[in-house]
Design a protein around this ligand. Sequence first.
Ligand SMILES: Cc1cc2nc3c(=O)[nH]c(=O)nc-3n(C[C@H](O)[C@H](O)[C@H](O)COP(=O)(O)OP(=O)(O)OC[C@H]3O[C@@H](n4cnc5c(N)ncnc54)[C@H](O)[C@@H]3O)c2cc1C
Length: 348
Amino acid sequence: MACPEAMGGGGASIYEQSLVYEELGWGSSGLALSLVVSQIPFLALSAHASADLQDQYLRPYLEDRQAEFIGCYPVTEPAHGSDLFFIGNPVHGGRSEWSLARLNYETNAYLDERRNEWVINGQKAQWITNTSIATHAFVLAALQAGGSAGFLVPLSTAGVERGVALEKLGQREMNQAGISFKDVRIPYDHMLIGPGDYQRFISNAFGNAYILIGAVCVGIARAALEEAVAFCKARVQGGARLVEHQDVQRRLMDLFAEVELMRAYIRSLARYHSDAAKTRLMHYSAVARGHVSKQAFKVCSDALDLFGHVGFSKGVLIEKLYRDARMTRMMGGAGTVAQLRAAQEFFS
Ligand SMILES: Cc1cc2nc3c(=O)[nH]c(=O)nc-3n(C[C@H](O)[C@H](O)[C@H](O)COP(=O)(O)OP(=O)(O)OC[C@H]3O[C@@H](n4cnc5c(N)ncnc54)[C@H](O)[C@@H]3O)c2cc1C
């Protein structure tokens, strides 16, 4: 959907993508977010690879109709989580120059000049989306020569090891597992992002991903509202349907207003970012995603209250939506820390 039309992709603007992701999020936020992540290696190829490399990987991906190409994006590590926002970034209130200089991925790469290959070593966290089912990764790592970079790694390469999928609180349709690299060798041109482009890449990648995560949150909240309305229309208690109580109507209209506001917020941001002439504003996306994910959880929680004891039962959709909404607060970095990163841009 997001790859340029000239290459055979859908050429959808971030605004058009956000409309699709709201619908997908309404149906299954886990599947929707799995798709957001799956495209990352291929989007990096579409923007940063040679024509030869695009022929090798991107064309077959764009022609794939059987999900034979699935991407993952290993960034976080056992000892690096939210701080990924600050890697290679010179401004971070509260941290000394000394600690900033030491901040980088433990996963590292060096160039074997004799064979013209990058050699990658290191371990990523247990929480890398799609990992146990993915075919290709876009791995962020430290260069032994200095700086950070992004590498395309076909996961059939020798030395790649993957864990089994985690059992988790919500979004269980989305696969999460660990991944490690032991002397993994890839050709020189598989480094798609070098240290010079790294900050710009991170800003754009998170700026766009946050809009899509926000759209998925709108979908979750809308589903919760619809479930609550349907339940309140059907449930008879004390001789009246719940929806006949004026206070229940007020609570439903509060949820309705919240969903409308979330949607308007994300759509206006997506519309702004769809205009290629405008500067990408990462802090707007980070703050929007932080706010909207918090509101999605609040809408699900308030909707769940309307179900009485029924809402706590397994197999009732509102219970799943509540768990799913909770997960969106942490994906792509803790919401609170993403806002600290946004503050850097806002106040600099
Ligand atoms: C559904 C889901 C999907 C994910 N998919 C991926 C993926 O595809 N690829 C990937 O690389 N990772 C993925 N992750 C991992 C995710 O990026 C991390 O969970 C996130 O970056 C937070 O890191 P952490 O879990 O180590 O928490 P930590 O960074 O250790 O944070 C723990 C707590 O400390 C607070 N905190 C941390 N730093 C600061 C600070 N500087 N100031 C104030 N408070 C702070 C945080 O707000 C949080 O409450 C995924 C996570 C989830 C939940």
